[in-house]
Design a protein around this ligand. Structure first.
Ligand SMILES: [Zn+2]
Length: 138
């Protein structure tokens, strides 16, 4: 017997959109090294004329890159506003370091959502932990 709930259609649509963005971004050429080289060629008007060969995958990426990045930035900021620490209250043996919980999901701080966001932006799990919270089970 399958006790799993059917996938929520809205959640599934969002997953498909995110996976499509991920695939488009992975297939596109990285401009990291080329941008560094081109930056040295910026003219006195603040521009650099570019002549380049773009693959179809690069055009697919560039078509939506600005809007998608704006969308992701807004998502990140909204998640940061939702998931922030607050004093959990209650009695603690260490008054200088009160136990903090996420005000949205109530997990011990840093909550899984904040950790996932922080790690996605390059923080290692150790460095994403604030010094006031000792590692270990909640
Ligand atoms: Zn949270």
């Amino acid at each position: 017997m399958n006790t799993d709930r059917p996938e929520d259609p809205q959640r599934q649509r969002l997953r498909e959109q995110l996976e499509a963005i991920l695939l488009r971004s992975e297939k596109a050429t990285s401009w990291h090294d080329e941008a560094a080289r081109l930056r040295r060629l910026v003219n006195h008007e603040g521009y650099v004329p570019v002549q380049t060969r773009l693959a179809v995958e690069d055009l697919d990426f560039l078509t939506g890159a600005r809007d998608e990045l704006l969308m992701f930035s807004e998502l990140g900021l909204r998640l940061l506003d939702l998931h922030q620490p607050r004093d959990a209250g209650g009695i603690t043996s260490d008054a200088a370091h009160p136990i903090l919980r996420c005000r949205s999901c109530m997990w011990r701080w840093p909550c899984p959502t904040f950790r996932a966001m922080s790690e996605s932006f390059g923080a290692t799990p150790e460095t994403s932990l604030p010094a006031t919270v000792p590692p270990g089970p909640a």
